[in-house]
Design a protein around this ligand. Sequence first.
Ligand SMILES: [Zn+2]
Length: 337
Amino acid sequence: MTLKLSLSCQLSLLVVICCVMAISAMPNPRAPTKGSLVATAESGHFSYDDPNKWKEHNSLCAGEHQSPINIDTRKSKTESFPPFNFINYDKSLPENLENNGHTVQLSIDNLIKDLPTISGGGLDGPYQFAQMHFHWGEAEFGSEHKINRKQYAAEVHIVHWNLKYGNFVDATKHNDGLAVLGVLIGLQDKDNIAFRHIEQFDGIIDPSKKNKKLSYSVPLKDLLPTNTASFFRYEGSLTDARCNEDVIWTVFETPIAISHRQLAKFRQLSDDHGKPLSRNVRPTQHEHDRIVTYSGAAPAGTCRACAVCAAEAANRRSESLDSDESKETIKPNKRRD
Ligand SMILES: [Zn+2]
């Protein structure tokens, strides 16, 4: 039996087929296209030549909770978080260094029991250490976070995952999956012993070379600032081209220090293309609706304390001047009365 369709039926069928074809051909902004930066970022290959272009290939990088940011202390709200607990941060554990083509990363053997862990500090933890890596620039400005537009020479990120999610990969699927401690690094003349232990870069200049086991392990506490009670807290993302918005950020207000000689050694590493890895800094991102929280008392002489006090004093002075001026304008009138 031959199936005969009326002309109107045939036209309707044609329209439906065309619609299905058109919808299936539409690009899905979240789906990685073949050869896109998403795929390459996940496999660890991306470039710092123009980080502003990451979003062209990975829509997550255009999100509204991206990192790093410039922390404007005048806009931050103050809250008193309990102190951090740094568990096993004082232990020298077997550590590996890896040049992954975009940073130098330090990890600790997973088989070790009692891995470093953090809790407290207002975190819904505990969070366990995953890895630590560094960001640096071509000159003396290489930190990713800035405080009141001040950029430091470098920055260390100590990455932890939330133990309640069972493993690192599952943790990265949640807004509070990772807790990263950002430690700003300033310059000083003399070497910092903590970096002298890390800078065993011979053997990992080229990223294709295998990991290097550190001869001298660095207790993580050696890379913490003297004051860990004063810090900024906000919700953000990884700062590489994956851009996942799954990080509770802590940026300590007090920096640590590195010597010029030591910082130069980071720039001697090579990237995936054999070129010097001279910088690995993502520009600061817009904060959008996010509010940065500040916790802790700044030590005497730090710029925040001075900036806040100066701003408050200026406000008081201007209020006082306003009221004085109004008094002055009232007085003559009164005299006239
Ligand atoms: Zn980082």
